[in-house]
Design a protein around this ligand. Structure first.
Ligand code: SAH
Ligand code: SF4
Ligand code: F3S
Length: 449
């Protein structure tokens, strides 16, 4: 064990990944260094409870920590995130090494709590309160240049989709102040970012809570898009019901806004959508997709889907397949419904047997593979721009090593580039020459800048 070292293990969504990165930066600013698990003095598990056996995943991570550290009581173990929010101090009884439990809002105070706990070996601390408003967090030590930056614009969710645990683990929606968001975006751009993704559980409801400062989501997009140095803007995750005309119009008005939208559909049957409390139907979703594509004809849609929601019939599932085809999603994340204790759908009758749900998932994923392959194939021959993220070691050769980047649709693209330069964070003009199973291959055809 090395003094003043930390190790973070992260489960869950982009917001958790972002929280972990922030925590790492804040600990570095306090003089800690990142270390492998076996050397770390502080170990934090940042947890997710959205699906399947989250508690078991955390317990097995804690078991591994105990094994690797030999249960050394000088190693401070913390549990943060959504499972921590739900199970709270029960972690103190489950695992003696755990001395810090920090929920969704509590994680902001974790760096100070960690220092306090290291000075007081008998102490245990829990940070489980939800805050009234979005609390700004202490700045971290600037990390290495990241071409793609993620910026939180809100915390929590008020939608209470009946299957979902997030409103319980992340609390009520709290918009961050637009000034703080813009400051963070500016700092990221000064640190070399060229693409910004705005993050939240329901981003396009930004500003529509009591913490809103009068700036709407569409206005925020325009303000961020206008920041000098920004090449690309994305956001995740919007809710179809909150996608107003001005949000659609942004795809026509803002060239920085990438022609890619992740727009969770969840199910294709109106009956199921109603039971999920999604507050749109298939017609409304299709109409929205058509308006989005009218605003930006090359827009690529991706989505999230759940199969096996309680009561889902074969006809309901067929309606999902039909919607997936009609929308032509370039990609999707799909899941078998999983009961979340506390969420309303857990109380619904007619649970779908696991084997039936699995079979539907496989059929859905086979369709998505077909659509994904078709979408990738349709890109062959196109000229486009990449934001290069790093070398792609399994591609290219010694004379022209291959680099991986993303096109404006977010698809991974490999491109061989002349040896000897660091292309990380550079943009390149390329032509797509081939489609692979999950990525594209390109040839340089113009500038790198
Ligand atoms: N706020 C985002 C993301 C929520 S969680 C949104 O509204 O889309 C990410 C995805 O997990 C969801 O879109 C949903 O598809 C899936 N999910 C959430 N709860 C689930 C559950 N109980 N069972 C299966 N999938 C679930
Ligand atoms: Fe969950 Fe629905 Fe909120 Fe997304 S919008 S986080 S699925 S409750
Ligand atoms: Fe998981 Fe919490 Fe994110 S439940 S998906 S880590 S908001």
């Amino acid at each position: 064990m090395l003094q003043k070292t930390f190790h973070i293990i992260t489960f869950g969504c982009q917001m958790n990944v972002h929280d972990s990165q922030w925590l790492g930066g804040a600990l570095r600013a306090r003089g800690f260094a990142e270390a492998p698990l076996e050397d770390a003095q502080v170990v934090v598990v940042n947890t997710c409870s959205v699906r399947e056996k989250p508690e078991q995943k955390v317990m097995s991570a804690l078991g591994r920590i105990r094994q690797v550290t030999g249960g050394d009581p000088r190693v401070l173990v913390g549990v943060a995130g959504c499972v921590a929010q739900q199970l709270g101090t029960t972690f103190f009884e489950k695992e003696p090494q755990v001395r810090l439990v920090a929920g969704s809002d509590g994680i902001g105070a974790a760096p100070a709590a960690i220092e306090r706990l290291l000075d007081a070996p008998a102490l245990r601390l829990s940070l489980l309160d939800f805050t009234e408003s979005y609390v700004e967090r202490e700045p971290g030590a600037p990390g290495p240049t990241q071409p793609v930056a993620y910026v939180n614009i809100m915390q929590g969710c008020d939608n209470f989709c009946t299957y979902c645990i997030v409103p319980y683990t992340r609390g009520r929606q709290k918009s961050r102040s637009s000034a703080a968001i813009l400051d963070e975006c500016r700092a990221a751009l000064e640190n070399g970012a060229r693409e910004i993704t705005l993050l939240g559980q329901n981003v396009n409801a930004f500003g529509r809570d009591s913490r809103g400062d009068g700036v709407s989501f569409a206005r925020l997009l325009a303000l961020v898009a206008a920041l000098p140095g920004l090449e690309r803007l994305r956001y995740v995750t919007p809710h179809p019901k909150d996608m107003g005309p001005e949000d659609v119009e942004a795809f026509a008005a803002l060239p920085q806004l990438c022609p890619r939208l992740h727009l969770p559909l969840q199910a294709g049957s109106d009956v199921v959508l109603k039971r999920m409390h999604r507050r749109y139907d298939r017609a409304a979703y299709l109409d929205l997709a058509a308006r989005l594509r009218a605003a930006r004809p090359d827009l690529a849609l991706s989505t999230d889907l759940i199969v096996g929601f309680p009561g889902e019939t074969e006809a309901d599932f067929a309606a999902t397949l039909e919607m997936v085809r009609a929308c032509g999603f370039m990609s999707s994340f799909s899941f078998c419904y999983s009961d979340r204790p506390g969420a309303r759908a857990a109380l619904l009758p007619d649970k779908i047997p696991v084997a039936v749900a699995r079979d539907r998932l496989l059929r859905l994923q086979a369709l998505q593979d077909e659509l994904g392959a078709r979408w990738l194939q349709s890109r062959v021959g196109a000229t486009t721009t990449l934001l290069l993220e790093g070398p792609s070691p399994r591609e290219g050769d010694a004379a022209a090593p291959s680099w991986q980047g993303r096109d404006p649709y977010g698809a991974p693209v490999h491109v061989p580039l002349p040896v000897g330069a660091d292309y990380c964070g550079k943009m390149a003009r390329v032509v797509i020459v081939a489609a692979k199973k999950h990525s594209l291959v390109a040839r340089l055809q113009g500038d790198v800048w």
